[in-house]
Design a binder for this molecule. Sequence first.
Ligand code: NAD
Length: 253
Amino acid sequence: MRLDDKTVLITGSGTGIGEATALRCADAGAAVVSTDVDAEAAEETAASIREDGGEATSYELDVTDGDRFHEVVEDVAAERGLDALVNNAGIGHPPSSVEDTDASVRDYVIDVNINGTWNGCHAALPVMKERGSGSIINMASVGGMLGFPYQSVYALTKAAVINFTRAVAAEAGPAGVRANAVCPGFVDTQLTEAFFAGREDPEAAREEMIEEYPLRRLGEPEEIADCVAFLASDAASFVTGHALTADGGYSST
Ligand code: NAD
């Protein structure tokens, strides 16, 4: 599965799943546009790709800023064309019941996870439709498919991402543009570390969670990156409107 001659823009690629996706896409031959609210982290990812002989640039991009998203996408489209957009940037929140969740937490998680994904599609769709091709990959979660107690805002945003992706696929398909979501289970990144750190006994909570995974382990960022690279590639040319679950079997039990 190759991504030669393709340009892939990834949000939140300074660390975690986004960083692994950037490296995987570069390995497969893509020119990578690494973006993150943390400009230094985005550039570190791009620099490590260039050091390995790949092609990469970086931009500071806060996905909640729709105007900036348009600016970056238009710049990339003018320079090299845009073949794939990975709306990966996303955040969690400390565990709390619905009634104890502060409205400011709710609004910020919605802003990054939902509006950020919307902003990316809003910016990329005109460019991709005009070219008559493109692939959008939105990072959802099994948290958007199952009840996720004490993570209600996260669950609400990721469910929205899944159904928004279907709407985009239905709308943009006639113009040759595909849109898919990826739904990871727990993956070892700083987001997951923060999730367990919020528990009374983080190590015990992690072990308990692992027991609920048929594969008896959490995922690695590279395993999600492989799913994204597949959806970005021509190997997935007839796949659109799909939510690809990569959760070690968690949602099937
Ligand atoms: P992470 O916290 O390790 O990395 C997130 C990256 O996004 C960071 O580089 C951060 O700087 C960046 N970011 C945060 N807010 C941003 C903003 N407003 N604009 C641009 N960049 C921003 O997270 P991760 O675990 O790699 O998660 C990546 C995606 O995968 C998220 O959408 C997350 O919800 C989803 N996901 C993660 C897991 C998991 O277990 N780690 C499971 C399911 C889904």
